[in-house]
Write a protein of this length. Sequence first.
Length: 359
Amino acid sequence: MLTLGTHFDELDRKIQPPKERLEAARDLPPMVRDYLRQHEEFETVAPHSRIVGSYAQDLSVGDVKDVDILVRVDGHAEANEPQAKQLILDLKGALDGLPEALGFEGYAGVDIERARRSVHVYLVGRDFHFDLVPCIAPNGFEEPLYVPDRGFNKWIPSHPVGFVALLDGLNTAHGGKMKRLGRLFKHFRDYQMKNRRPKSYWLGALLVHHVQSTLDMSQPLALLFRDLLDALYKQYASLLGREDEATPNIPDPMLGHNISWNWGRSHFETFMRRVDDGRKWAAMATEVADREEAVAYWQKVFGEKYFPSDVTEAAKELAQAGLPGVATVLPSGRVSAQRPATGMSTPSGPTRFYGEKTD
């Protein structure tokens, strides 16, 4: 059985965001957060804001173009005070002054619009998006909070920071495999589905469920991904034959309520077709004995551009990284023989062990 570990290392490296986009995700949000914190009319509550979403979860793939930001306000969610719909309007009104504060004339270079639960800000010149989600957090960001729903004009429970902590804990418990598997899952969706894509939070919830209940996390990534797709298809295949247009009820990993209530039937069917194709290709990739044939199947799953045919140079780098005292551990858990120019990394410690002494 071919698990192609080095190939999957290269795949994970290729699908992660480029350095300049990660720098944008690091450097641009503080400008918006500081603007709101200092706003005289739209009052926020300390600690004012918090970054959440895929970037905070370390599950971003491809070109990072957006960051989700919680904006904490005072209120009573049960009493709908302030009214959820009005609060989004108020946040939109506060952000209308953002272009001038950032040095733009009028609205040139900044697009601002309301969404169902947030206000969307697009910095045109940097091709970067923000979703600013107002929230009532009675006990701070670390505990369950409430976000507005403009359509229903009410506040609904959520726990995004708790979900980040859950992912971090599972990732640590499984030696970094959790987030690597999550990035593969998101890339699979993005590559296979140009339209009708399920939401990233739905994918995260599905991933958590199977990591906690069905997957043998001691396996290599190739087998984990194969088993994830197979488990997902078997979990929901029975819905495809029903005549009532049923779709999955995906429970929130933190609070338990159904988060996929608005998943359309046609979109769900498209997702299941892609999962079915993927699980069949992945099964064949792990069953064949020929390396080139296995690579070809994985390229159908992830794309030829992303899944490498030749890993000679990568293998050399891994061999170099194995030399005592020269390896560097990156934040993703990947071991590299080269220290990155920017960002955090941890050099491996030197060793003086030269083999077991024998008499």
